[in-house]
Design a binder for this molecule. Structure first.
Ligand code: GLN
Length: 494
């Protein structure tokens, strides 16, 4: 049954509904793939029984002649940032080790209601802070990809949704949840040659998702192609009264609405989306993407997003500021780890727990965030960054007068080797340069594979759309997907 793992979400859904195979057979095949994938270190917890139980429910419903829900029989990976009832949820941090939530996040519940099952909880950068998966307490995920130039250096799967990226690219799960605060769905998707969409801020409920930076955090799907992303995003999205920033709007039928024709549409090319030392291949792929858009019927217009260069510094003030306040709740009293040194008082216990529980990158962000929010510096940093954020949103507003979607590279590099950037936080932060602006503006944005670089590694193209226009983003991504004909996949070495 191993060939069942070659199937994507749509094929599994349709095959189960049509009786070509049972949901149990699918779950068993993917459970076996998970068990065989240990060298990738993509899972923190494996949950084969959850996948089987969900599958059996689907098989019984089908046998009883019931209408199957939209992700019936599809086993997925769940980023370990989503709280799952009774299943350890850690955000890849020691401070939450052993934490078994008493509740289910809205996004995961929506997926179970849609008939999906869970293969396991996926590794990530600690509290979703990182671009390489190297900040996980549980060790980094290793990308299933290798360079074809003889170097066998283990590569970063991207981050923070690195486990999600690795399992989808490695055919270990047909789809996985991701979260994206400043690029954590799109950059890893680009690094491993899969698709991933961050919807408009507010489409997916944040309830039960461990908070990093609440004004930026959005969940979204990572899957093998655009259609699979549309299917999964529909299942994940929806109004949730438990999240005050959740959008009270119906979920559009994105899959049904898919249309790869770009006739009558204008695609904006932001001239500021270039960085020093960007590999020529990325520029070349961007030009290729422009040609594909033209071929699909679009008119190409050059646009300017003049505040782009301030997005990264603004993000690295706002996100740590929000994180420092969100992470104050981990005090050794309510969740996970507690360190109680001999004779310690309450204050000592907080300090010892946080010292032992948080990793270095998390501590760095808490320090930065506390600093930029402190009385003497608040205006100089946080207020200023918030103003820059408004200017960035206004840049996009102006661009929408001239175009319907924007096309850019997803990241300024292909996957880098593990260890290559981990000693230099600024070099790491720079990898988010193209994904962060749309996060600050709350806009939907998607990465779709475009091609391979000289070393045989995937490169992604990013489509950014107007608020609430996920359909426009998915359609443009589909037009690219149809023309790119990207079929490359990592050779199995694990
Ligand atoms: N790499 C970015 C950061 O470290 C984005 C992370 C994310 O989107 N969760 O903050």
């Amino acid at each position: 049954m191993s060939d069942l793992t070659d199937l994507g979400i749509r094929q599994i859904r349709d095959g189960v509904a049509g009786g070509d195979f049972s949901a149990r057979e699918v779950a068993e095949a993917f459970n076996a793939a998970v068990a065989a994938a240990k060298p990738l270190n993509a899972f923190i917890v494996e949950t084969p029984d959850h996948a089987l139980a969900a599958a059996d429910k689907v098989d019984q419903a089908r046998a009883a002649g019931e209408t199957l829900p939209p992700m019936a029989g599809v086993p997925i990976g769940m980023k370990d940032l989503f709280c799952t009832h009774g299943v350890q949820t850690t955000a890849a941090s020691h401070i939450l080790e052993g934490f078994k939530p008493e509740y289910e996040s809205t996004v995961s519940q929506n997926l179970w209601n849609a008939g999906a099952g869970m293969l396991g909880k996926l590794n990530l950068d600690q509290f979703a802070m990182g671009s390489s998966n190297e900040t996980s307490y549980f060790g980094n995920v290793i990308s299933p990809w290798r360079r074809n130039d003889g170097g066998n250096a283990p590569l970063a799967p991207g981050g923070s949704s690195g486990g999600s990226a690795a399992v989808v690219a490695g055919r270990i799960a047909p789809g996985a949840t991701g979260t994206d605060t400043g690029g954590s769905i799109r950059q890893p998707a680009a690094f491993v040659g899969i698709s991933g969409i961050k919807p408009t801020y507010g489409r997916c409920s944040r309830w039960g998702t461990i908070a990093f930076a609440s004004s930026l955090d959005q969940a979204g799907p990572m899957a093998r192609d655009v259609r699979d992303c549309a299917i999964m995003l529909e299942a994940m999205s929806g109004f949730d009264p438990k999240d005050a920033t959740s959008l009270d709007l119906p979920v559009p039928k994105w899959e049904e609405g898919l249309n790869a024709s770009m006739a009558g549409k204008r695609v904006g090319i932001p001239r500021e989306y270039r960085v020093d030392n960007m590999p020529e291949e990325i520029e070349a792929l961007w030009q290729q993407g422009i040609a594909w858009m033209r071929d699909a019927g679009a008119e190409i217009v050059e646009v300017s997003l003049p505040h782009t260069r301030y997005a990264l510094p603004a993000y690295y003030i706002i996100a740590p500021a929000e994180a420092s306040s969100n992470l104050a709740r981990y005090d050794g009293v309510r969740f996970g780890q507690r360190d109680l040194p001999e004779g310690a008082n309450l204050q000592d216990m907080y300090a010892a727990t946080r010292e032992a529980g948080f990793g270095d990158e998390v501590k760095r962000r808490i320090l930065i965030g506390t600093y930029v929010l402190s009385a003497g510096f608040y205006d100089a940093y946080f207020t200023q960054a918030s103003k820059v954020r408004t200017l960035i949103a206004q840049d996009f507003e102006r661009a929408w007068k001239r175009c319907d979607v924007l096309l850019t590279p997803t990241a300024p590099s292909a996957a880098f080797a593990l260890g290559e950037k981990s000693a230099d936080p600024l070099a790491m932060y720079l990898n988010d340069v193209f994904t962060v602006p749309s996060s600050l503006a709350g806009l939907p944005a998607m990465s779709v594979p475009g091609g391979l670089d000289k070393a045989g590694l995937p490169l992604g193209l990013q489509v950014i759309g107007r608020a609430l226009d996920e359909q426009g983003v998915l359609d443009a991504a589909l037009a690219i997907e149809e023309r790119a004909g990207f079929v490359a996949r990592p050779e199995r070495w694990w």
